[in-house]
Ligand binder design. Structure first.
Ligand code: AR6
Length: 182
């Protein structure tokens, strides 16, 4: 499924983000930047050790990546030239105001897009940040993701912003969320 918003193609596919040929792919990392399971593990496996080396250099400079922020490395052995590593929030029920999960998820998408913009990147693929190990409810996460992307691309032109969902069910959730927010 795809939709043009402003001048940007917003598209949705089921697949593996490590295989995408967009200029950048986004990693749902953790604050350590040292890798993990899920999409993070898949990206480090497919990209090879160079990505971890670059992450370690970033850690040496700034000590990891706070939740909601984003950092950039090359794509190592993958087709994508860059990986933007962002850290989504761990879901803890949504009712503790101080935890601010929704705002932090919004920040993760916004800061990833902004880092892409600063690096002149014109096409980018996102996974469903925080909805795996971090347990953020996917319907709510999809609405936050799409609202944030939509607002960004109404102001700034990418060639393509692509969502790469791992399962058919997740793809359907994102497509339904798109109908709600547009
Ligand atoms: N391509 C696209 N999506 C994928 C892939 C893939 N190759 N592999 C998994 N997914 P998760 P989180 C989906 O757990 O919730 C890591 O250990 C997956 O089905 O990867 O943000 C990090 O190091 C799910 O829909 O990320 C952190 O510690 C989505 O990606 C923690 O997990 C996100 O699931 C981050 O947890």
């Amino acid at each position: 499924m795809e939709k043009v918003i402003g001048k940007t193609k917003l598209s949705f596919i089921q697949g593996d983000i490590t295989l995408q040929e967009t200029e950048a792919i986004v990693n749902a990392a953790n604050t350590s930047l040292l890798g993990g399971g899920g999409v993070d593990g898949a990206i480090h496996r497919a990209g090879g050790p160079k990505i971890l080396e670059e992450c370690k250099e970033i850690r040496a400079k700034q000590g990891g990546c706070p939740t909601g922020e984003a950092v950039i490395t090359t794509g190592g052995n993958m087709a994508a030239e860059y990986v933007i590593h962002t850290v989504g929030p761990v879901w803890s029920g949504g009712s503790h105001k101080s935890r601010n999960e929704s705002q932090l998820l919004r920040n993760a998408y916004y800061n990833s897009l902004n880092l892409a913009k600063k690096n002149g990147i014109k096409s980018i693929s996102f996974p469903s940040i925080s909805t795996g190990v971090y347990r953020f409810p996917i319907e709510k996460a999809a609405r936050i993701a799409l609202t944030t992307v939509k607002e960004f691309i109404e102001e700034y032109h990418f060639v393509e912003v692509r969502f790469v969902l791992f399962s058919e069910k997740d793809l359907r959730v994102y497509e339904e969320a798109l109908r709600e927010v547009t």
